[in-house]
Design a protein around this ligand. Structure first.
Ligand SMILES: [Zn+2]
Ligand SMILES: [Zn+2]
Length: 184
């Protein structure tokens, strides 16, 4: 998404309203936690760029519908990510070097010849806005380690006490006639 802000930079107007849809992207190397996330539809952004020419400020409200898989029980999860985005907007060459290096950062958006590309910042903000782990619910109990049934659907009746950590203390116990070495 590229926005023409020439009139704002020239001081011909002090506000540009924004209202657009876009295809959400996670960039070429999405975080592992978001590997299964897909976007079934367009994302929506609305807001404005406003201020005097030397001090332009972007404010956007973004909604991104997404679908994924619960990291514990693999059931499908769909939700809408909502976040706000605020950046100072400046034309390339009007900031100090350090500030320009912060291009696509949390603070600055740099326009080139009056054209402002919002896509990289939107992708970054989408990645940052996701939860660390996609879960169907915060307390999802996951799958039965024996039969694979989602435990949220109720007890499957499997005997799970072979993996019960409460028995671990017995495994570390020593008996007088036991050969040393096995569990050390
Ligand atoms: Zn789950
Ligand atoms: Zn089971």
């Amino acid at each position: 998404m590229t926005v023409d802000i020439k009139d704002l930079l020239a001081g011909k107007t002090s506000e540009l309203k924004l209202d657009f849809t876009f295809r959400p992207e996670l960039g070429p190397e999405p975080p592992v936690a978001l590997a299964g996330v897909v976007f079934p539809g367009d994302a929506h952004a609305s807001g404005r760029i406003a201020g005097p020419a030397g001090c332009l400020r972007l404010t956007l409200s973004v909604t991104v519908p997404w679908q994924g898989e619960c990291a514990r029980c693999l059931s499908p999860v769909s939700d809408t990510l909502e976040f706000g985005m605020e950046r100072t907007v400046a034309e390339k060459g009007t900031l100090s070097n350090e500030e320009e290096i912060a291009d696509y950062s949390d603070e600055y958006l740099i326009a080139e010849r009056g054209m402002l590309d919002l896509t990289p910042s939107l992708s970054d903000a989408i990645i940052c806005g996701f939860p660390e782990k996609v879960l169907c619910s915060p307390d999802c109990p996951g799958l039965c380690p024996v039969c694979g049934k989602p435990l949220a659907e109720g007890d499957c009746g499997c005997k799970k006490d072979t993996h019960d950590p409460r028995w671990d203390v017995l495994r570390t116990m020593r008996f007088p006639d036991e050969e040393p070495g096995e569990n050390q």
